[in-house]
Write a protein that binds this ligand. Structure first.
Ligand SMILES: Nc1ncnc2c1ncn2[C@@H]1O[C@H](COP(=O)(O)OP(=O)(O)OP(=O)(O)O)[C@@H](O)[C@H]1O
Length: 596
C-alpha cells in the first residue's frame, strides 16, 4: 500500500459500486422482519392518509350540495380516527427504525474495529491514524440516517406512490397522465447530475479524512509544536484543510440541493398544467371533470411529489453512503498480512532458544533493511544489540514477535519455525517493552496488571517492588489506585518505563525484549534498577537494545549491527579486545562521559 499523508487524498473509485450496497444489504438482512413490520405499518398509515382527499371530494360533491350534516359529522370522526392511528404508527416506526439503524451501525463498527485489531504494524506504518479513526467513527455514523430512516421511508413512499397513482387514476385518467409527464423531466435532471454528485461526496469524505488525520497528528505532536513555536503554521495548515473540507462539503450540498428546486419546479408546472387543462375541460363540460375531482386531484398531486422527493433524498444519501462504504469495506477487507498459517499449531511452552538463519527483511520493496542475519541465542542468554541509528536493531526484535513477515530465511524458537505457530500463542509467551512505554488510561494497578489479567493485587505489588517501581508509586496521591491518563503524561518517562518493567515481569515471559527501555532512567534509578533488571532477566532469553552501554556490559553476547548485517559479535571483553566497531563506540561514550 502506498504511504498516505494528511494532505494526500485517498484514491477515488471511479465507478458506482453496487457490490458495496449489496454488502450493506447483508448487514440489513437480519432485520428483515423489523423492516417488513415497519413497512407494513407505514403502508397502512399512508393508505389511510391517502383517503383524506377522496373523502374531501365526496364531502364537496355530495354531502355539502345535499346538506347531509350527519354524514359530514361521521366522516369527520372517521378522519380524526385515521389521524390518530397514523400518529401511533409513526411512533412505532421511529422506535423500530432507530433501533435497527443503531444495531446495524454497531455491527459495522465492531467489524471494522475487530479487523483493525488484527492488522499488522505495516498497515499502521502507512496510514495516518486520524484517517483510520474517521472511518470507525464518522463514516460509520454517516450511514445512520440511511439505515434508520432512508430504506424504510423510501420503500414506504414507493407504496404511497402506487396508492396515490391508483387513487388518481380512479378519479381521472387524463389528469393523471398530465401529472405523470413531469417524471421524464425529473429523470433527465437526475441523470445529468448523478456522476457529479457522487464525485462531490467522495471528495468531501476525502477532505474530512485529511482534516481528521491532521487534527490527530497535531494533538499527538502538540509538545513538539509548542516547543518549536509552530502553532501559527499549524493553524494555517489546519485552516487550509478545513477550508478544503468546507468547499468540498458546499459543492456536494449544492449539487444535492439542485434536485429540490428541480422537483419543486416540475411539480408546480404539472400542477399548473392539471389546473389549466382541468378548468378548460370543466368549462367544456368534459365528462368526469367536476370541482370535487379538481380539488381531489390537486390534493393528490401535492402528495404525488412527496414520495418522489423522499426517493430523491434517498438517492442522494445512497451516493453519499457509497463514498463512505468504499472506505469502510476497504478497511474491513484490508488483508491481514501477518496471520496464522491454516495449519498453524499452538506454540508449546517456550524454553527460550532463538535462532535467526540468514534472515532478510525490507519494509518497502527494494529497500533491504536486514541483509542476512544469522545468530543463535541460547536459553537464558542476554543478547544486547548495538549499532548506529537506523541500523536495523528494532527491526530484528520486531521479527522475533512476528510483527512483520520475513522476506527470506528462517526464524525459529526452540527449533520451531515461528511462521508455523499461532501468533497469539507465540506473543503470549513474550514480554516486549518498546521504546515508548505505552500507558493506558486507568489506574497504575490496571496498567501493571495488563501483563497478566489474572494477577492479584499482591502479585502486582510484588512485581513493582522487584523492578523498584513500588517506591514512587506509593508516593503518588492514591498509590496503586492513582488514575493516569492515556500515554501516562502525568508520569515521568523513567516512571513509565518502570511500570512497563513491572508489567513485563508480571507476564513472566520466557523471552524478554527491551528496546531502549533503560535509556531514560537517570543514573540513580538505573543503579536501583540493575538489581531488579537482573532478576527480571533471570531464567529468560533476553534481547536488549540500549544506547547506554553500561546497561549491557554484562550481557552474554553483544551484537554490533550496521547496514542490516551483524558486523561483530561477542561479550564485552572480547569485543573490546577486538578493537573494532564496538570498541570505537564504547570509547566514544566513555570519552564523552569523562568530558561531561
Ligand atoms: N515502518 C517502517 N517503514 C519503512 N521503513 C522503516 C520502518 N521502520 C524502520 N524503517 C527503516 O528501517 C531501517 C532500520 O530501522 P530500525 O528501526 O530497525 O533501526 P534501529 O537500528 O532500531 O534505529 P534506532 O537506533 O534509531 O532506533 C531504517 O533505515 C528505517 O528508516
Amino acid at each position: 500500500m502506498a504511504r498516505n499523508k494528511y494532505d494526500i487524498d485517498e484514491t477515488l473509485q471511479s465507478e458506482f459500486n453496487f457490490s458495496h450496497l449489496k454488502r450493506l444489504g447483508s448487514y440489513i438482512k437480519p432485520y428483515r422482519k423489523d423492516i417488513f413490520i415497519t413497512i407494513l405499518l407505514l403502508t397502512i398509515s399512508s393508505g389511510l392518509g391517502m383517503l383524506a382527499p377522496r373523502i374531501l371530494m365526496v364531502i364537496m360533491d355530495d354531502y355539502i350540495p345535499n346538506g347531509n350534516i350527519k354524514a359530514i359529522a361521521v366522516v369527520s370522526i372517521l378522519l380524526l380516527l385515521i389521524y390518530f392511528i397514523v400518529s401511533v404508527i409513526m411512533k412505532m416506526k421511529i422506535t423500530l427504525t432507530a433501533r435497527m439503524g443503531q444495531n446495524i451501525i454497531h455491527q459495522i463498527r465492531s467489524d471494522i474495529f475487530g479487523h483493525l485489531q488484527k492488522l499488522p504494524f505495516s498497515y499502521y506504518d502507512d496510514k495516518p491514524h486520524g484517517k483510520i479513526q474517521v472511518r470507525v467513527v464518522n463514516y460509520v455514523n454517516s450511514l445512520s440516517d440511511l439505515l434508520s430512516n432512508g430504506i424504510v421511508n423510501t420503500v414506504t413512499e414507493l407504496f404511497s406512490l402506487v396508492f396515490i397513482v391508483a387513487f388518481m387514476l380512479s378519479i381521472n385518467v387524463r389528469l393523471t397522465l398530465v401529472c405523470l409527464t413531469g417524471l421524464p423531466l425529473l429523470m433527465a435532471v437526475i441523470f445529468t447530475i448523478k456522476k457529479k454528485q457522487r464525485v462531490a461526496w467522495q471528495r468531501m469524505s476525502n477532505k474530512q479524512s485529511n482534516l481528521n488525520a491532521y487534527i490527530a497528528e497535531s494533538i499527538n505532536g502538540i509538545r513538539v509544536t509548542q516547543s518549536f513555536t509552530r502553532e501559527q503554521e499549524n493553524i494555517e495548515i489546519f485552516n487550509t484543510l478545513s477550508n478544503d473540507y468546507r468547499s468540498a462539503w458546499m459543492r456536494a450540498v449544492k449539487l444535492n440541493f439542485l434536485l429540490w428546486p428541480a422537483i419543486n419546479n416540475i411539480s408546480t408546472w404539472t400542477m399548473a398544467a392539471v389546473l389549466f387543462l382541468g378548468i378548460t375541460w370543466l368549462d367544456g363540460g368534459l365528462e368526469g371533470i367536476t370541482i370535487g375531482v379538481l380539488v381531489a386531484m390537486t390534493g393528490y398531486i401535492g402528495r404525488f411529489w412527496q414520495p418522489i422527493t423522499t426517493m430523491a433524498n434517498f438517492y442522494n444519501s445512497l451516493l453519499n453512503a457509497v463514498s463512505y462504504l468504499e472506505r469502510i469495506f476497504e478497511t474491513i477487507d484490508e488483508p491481514v498480512l501477518v496471520k496464522d498459517a491454516p495449519d498453524a499449531i499452538e506454540m508449546p511452552p517456550i524454553v527460550g532458544e532463538v535462532k535467526f538463519k540468514d534472515v532478510t527483511f525490507s519494509y518497502e520493496d527494494d529497500v533491504p533493511v536486514l541483509n542476512g542475519i544469522s545468530f543463535t541465542a541460547k536459553v537464558g542468554d542476554t543478547i544486547a544489540i548495538v549499532g548506529p541509528t537506523g541500523a536495523g536493531k528494532t527491526t530484528i526484535i520486531n521479527l522475533i514477535s512476528r510483527f512483520y513477515n520475513l522476506d527470506s530465511g528462517e526464524l525459529t524458537i526452540d527449533g520451531i519455525d515461528i511462521n508455523k505457530v499461532k501468533i497469539a500463542s507465540l506473543r503470549k509467551q513474550m514480554g516486549v517493552m518498546l521504546q515508548d512505554s505505552f500507558i493506558f488510561s486507568g489506574t497504575i494497578m490496571d496498567n501493571i496488571r495488563y501483563g497478566n489479567m489474572e494477577a492479584t493485587d499482591e502479585q502486582v505489588i510484588e512485581a513493582a517492588k522487584t523492578v523498584r517501581a513500588h517506591d514512587f508509586i506509593v508516593n503518588l496521591e492514591n498509590g496503586y489506585e492513582t488514575e493516569v491518563n492515556e500515554r501516562g503524561t502525568r508520569l515521568s518517562v523513567g516512571q513509565r518505563q518502570l511500570i512497563s518493567f513491572a508489567r513485563a515481569l508480571l507476564a513472566d515471559p520466557k523471552i524478554l525484549i527491551l528496546d531502549e527501555a533503560t535509556s531514560s532512567i537517570d543514573t540513580e534509578t538505573e543503579i536501583l534498577l540493575q538489581e531488579g533488571l537482573s532478576r527480571l532477566l533471570k531464567g529468560r532469553t533476553s534481547f536488549i537494545i540500549a544506547h547506554r552501554l553500561s546497561t549491557i556490559k554484562n550481557s552474554t553476547c553483544i551484537m554490533y549491527v550496521d547496514k542490516g548485517l551483524i558486523q561483530e559479535m561477542g561479550n564485552h571483553e572480547e569485543l573490546l579486545a577486538k578493537k573494532g566497531y564496538y570498541y570505537e563506540l564504547y570509547m566514544s561514550q566513555y570519552k564523552f562521559l569523562e568530558k561531561s
